[in-house]
Design a protein around this ligand. Sequence first.
Ligand code: ACM
Length: 269
Amino acid sequence: MIAGFIQHEPRYLDVNWNLRLVDGLLGGVQADLLVLPELFATGYHFRSMDDVHSVAESVEDDNAPTLSALKEWSVATGATLVAGYVERHGSDLFNAAAVVRGGRIMGNYRKVHLFYKEKSLFAPGSKFPVFPVENSSGEKYRLGVMICFDWYFPEAARSLVLQGADVIAHPSNLVRRDCPRSMPIRALENHVFTITANRIGTEVADEEHLTFIGQSRACDPNGDIVAEVGRQDTGLSLFQIEPASARDRQITATNHLLNDRVTDAYVLS
Ligand code: ACM
């Protein structure tokens, strides 16, 4: 099936401009799965709580600009879209990713491992859900979602794979240099496809600069890189993946990646 990621440079709080940018990238595209960066329409390095509130959207609001655009793009492209946004739920705000297909929100993930100043802006999520989806030929597969800093915790990807994920969508706003070289390992150690969509550019808040490192990449279950872009590239990258090929987790005739785990020997806390 055709999968892809977008790497872009959003403008801080300029939701309409950012949505127009992505709309331009998706014009005429047909695909099965498209991953967009974390907080792709708002920017990341928030200067105040008011700024976060000003761009928060509720999944219940049919007029929410980012979620509405995602619904429209999912119909126009035929794809399942996974994209980061600020979710408002009651009085809580989450750094979330919506899973959108056929014009409706079919899943939502709330970032569990909050990075740095996110801890004072967002409530943490509490689970790693996996969503049953299908590609445009009707082939079913299972899609896990994690957001950016979740990569640092191997338990996140492993939790998704233990629930049957064939593909992990990974919307990101990476600032640390280690993630691009770690994602092939996450893919290999879990025998799963990973698709990391990152952004570029620099944002400033309280005189602190955060520079986003680009280098979006997709990896296959052998840990090989299927698609990658550089530190400054922007645009949509499309590539071919076959989710079903992630399902055979037999390592040798006598070893299985998941069945050979010795859970009694592991210390998890
Ligand atoms: C990050 O989690 N956005 C670094």
